[in-house]
Ligand binder design. Structure first.
Ligand code: G6P
Ligand code: MG
Length: 217
């Protein structure tokens, strides 16, 4: 492969929104009388809003009809937005801007591949809405990770073949999605958890273009 594009997941890679998702889901679970803790929240990383609600209902052994589920998902999102609207650029995770600008200077395309329907608002709050060459998010794709749709769409948008793309992902479902797309995957987080990734670093501040090229050899 030749490195032509890098596709970044948003939540957990560029910014830590997991804590806000947790607080909003927690509010809902308190209301529904479901025991839900931070460990359970790990299962929701990279998973779409509705699939997250299904996991929570399964934890609480609660069954709801579709209408109620839509209502609760909307409620959770309103609480989540209360946090997101207050985000500032200093919440961009260390190393993100440095790596992205290094890649762009080297002529490598940078794209975003996220399940979140709130991607446009988050990028705006962080002041990076113009940073990426392409944005594939929950508003343009319908199949959730581990389906490769979101990464394939991002690759298509920047006009690069999947085998020439590298994905940066913090979630298990996201790593699987990258592999399903036939892309090289750098896991962001713990080696013990992201066992299928080609290589794992703790954050984007631990990698640069030279290191990336070495890993991919
Ligand atoms: C990301 C997060 C998930 C979240 C999903 C949908 O993948 O890691 O925790 O459920 O986006 O986010 P949304 O903002 O559309 O509710
Ligand atoms: Mg993520």
């Amino acid at each position: 492969m030749s490195l032509k594009a890098c596709i970044f997941d948003l939540d957990g890679v560029i910014v830590d929104t997991a804590k806000y998702h947790y607080l909003a889901w927690k509010k809902l679970t308190v209301m529904l009388n479901i025991h839900f803790n931070e460990k359970d929240n790990e299962r929701l990383k990279g998973v779409s809003r509705m699939a997250s609600l299904d996991i929570i209902l399964e934890i609480g052994r609660v069954t709801l009809d579709e209408k109620k589920k839509d209502e609760y998902a909307a409620m959770k999102n309103e609480w989540y937005l209360d946090y997101i609207r207050r985000m500032t650029p200093d919440e961009i995770l260390p190393g993100s801007l440095e790596l992205i600008s290094e890649l762009k200077n080297a002529g490598i395309k940078v794209a975003l591949g996220s399940a979140s329907k709130n991607t446009p608002l988050i990028l705006e709050r962080l002041g990076i809405e113009k940073l990426f060459d392409a944005v594939a998010d929950g508003n343009v794709v319908s199949k959730a990770k581990p389906d490769p749709e979101v990464f394939n769409e991002a690759a298509k948008m920047v006009g690069v073949a999947p085998e020439d793309c590298v994905v940066f992902e913090d979630a298990l479902a996201g790593v699987e999605a990258a592999l399903n797309a036939g892309m090289f995957c750098i896991g962001i987080g713990s080696e013990k958890i992201l066992t299928d990734a080609h290589y794992v670093v703790s954050g984007l501040d631990k990698i640069n273009l030279r290191k990336l090229r070495k890993i991919m050899k």
